[in-house]
Design a protein around this ligand. Structure first.
Ligand code: CAA
Length: 379
């Protein structure tokens, strides 16, 4: 077992850290306040190769491994977890799925632009009545020969407004249950495709989350990804990788809150000395650092397994389950370390605490991760 990062991985960490410090940090509070999705910053992430990190170079990607990707998300999410989720969805759920299961035509048409950040993508699985129970798809895609007729509503869609192409999961053969589900690359601008309301969220407020509606949208047959009926398999396998991205985001949120707490504890004085010299604070810092290190090992292990082409379903679920709990706990403690200052926006930790919560919910709630882990243990 080698715990050292390669030079390449260290270079990725440095590049992501520099970008986060120099470009994401200056306006991060304003973006959160205004719920402002900054297209320029996403383009800059694309130019640095962060939007299609694992995609093969022939399709415009960085050709990097999952570990490099997790490290980059970790560093970016330390500063701006909204940028972290935009990156995670585009890389793991959209680019990875298209590259693995899409036809050559779809790759040429969409992947080459998604991987460079020229356009961004969205992943549309959740519905008003299909969240954790993802097989229960009410959106329908009726086979009309040369096209599918898409009808339904998707919600909680990350980059719902700003994306140009959406991977939409829909039921084609209801009698076959989850084996009748398909997935389609659906372009914005098609007749009947409407962007619904923007959610006013607790956290990750600088990412745009929308409801999307489809009313008799004609999707060309060639835009179906994979074999007829393989859409649920597509969703589950992309989510396995997506969970590594969200686990890395949670890790970054926790590590960001910890770094701020460590710094603050050396500066802030009470009872005549820096609070870092009080055992009450030292114990908090020790526990934060230990949990973060354990979360990091789980995240990197899941990434490594994926890179080695080994089964990573359980490892990804464990990494997400644990890292998201650590993010929630560490950020809450970080606010406590900062006292009253932690409760105001200027000190960043209150935002990180709000951002942490979603990591226990999206891409499979903590309860779903436990279900996934239990099924793997028992099979
Ligand atoms: N990996 C691969 N395949 C899987 C899988 C996994 N993790 N989980 C289930 N499957 C497969 C099963 O093997 C089965 O396939 P076969 O029929 O060929 O054997 C099929 O999927 C159906 O599985 P189950 O019978 O176990 O179905 P279920 O309904 O009992 O449970 C579930 C399925 C695991 C609960 C699934 O619905 C699930 O993961 N739910 C959570 C959905 C989710 O993560 N949503 C996130 C939304 S996306 C998002 O948040 C993105 C964003 O914008 C940030």
């Amino acid at each position: 077992m080698d715990f050292n990062l390669s030079e390449e991985h260290q270079a990725v960490r440095n590049a992501a850290r520099d970008f986060a410090q120099n470009q994401l940090l200056p306006q991060v509070i304003e973006r959160d306040n205004l719920q402002k999705f900054d297209t320029g910053l996403v383009q800059a992430m694309g130019e640095l190769g962060f939007m299609g990190m694992m995609v093969a170079p022939e399709y415009g990607g960085g050709g990097m491994d999952t570990l490099a990707y997790a490290i980059a998300i970790e560093e970016i999410s330390k500063i701006d977890a909204s940028a972290g989720v935009i990156m995670s969805v585009n890389n793991s759920l959209v680019c990875w799925g298209l590259e693995k299961y899409g036809s050559e035509d779809l790759k040429q048409k969409y992947l080459t632009r998604l991987a460079t950040g020229e356009i961004i993508g969205a992943f549309c699985l959740s519905e008003p009545e299909a969240g954790s129970d993802a097989t229960s798809q009410h959106t329908t895609a009726v086979d009309m020969g040369d096209h599918y007729l898409l009808n339904g509503t998707k919600n909680w869609i990350t980059s719902g407004n700003t994306s140009s192409v959406c991977l939409v999961i829909a039921q084609t053969h209801p009698e076959k249950g989850h084996k009748g589900i398909n997935v389609f690359a659906v372009e914005k601008g098609l007749e009947g495709f409407t962007i619904g309301r923007k959610e006013d969220k607790m956290g990750i407020r600088a990412s745009d989350t929308h409801t999307l509606m489809f009313s008799d949208v004609k999707v060309p047959v060639e835009n179906r990804i994979g074999e007829d009926g393989s859409g649920f398999k597509f969703a589950m396998s992309t989510l396995n990788g997506g969970r590594i991205g969200i686990a890395a985001q949670a890790l970054g949120i926790a590590a960001g809150a910890f770094e701020l707490s460590l710094k603050y504890s050396k500066e802030r004085k009470t009872f005549g000395k820096p609070i870092s010299e009080h055992q009450a604070i030292q114990f908090k810092l020790s526990e934060m650092a230990t949990k973060i290190e354990a979360a990091r090992l789980l995240v990197y292990k899941a990434a490594r397994l994926k890179d080695e082409d080994k089964d990573y379903i359980q490892a990804a679920a464990m990494a997400k389950l644990y890292a998201s709990d650590v993010a929630m706990w560490v950020t809450t403690e970080a606010v406590q370390v900062h006292g009253g200052y932690g409760y105001v926006k200027e000190y960043h930790v209150e935002r990180l605490m709000r951002d942490a919560k979603i990591t226990q919910i999206y891409e499979g709630t903590s309860e779903i991760q436990k279900l996934v882990i239990a099924r793997e243990l028992l099979k």
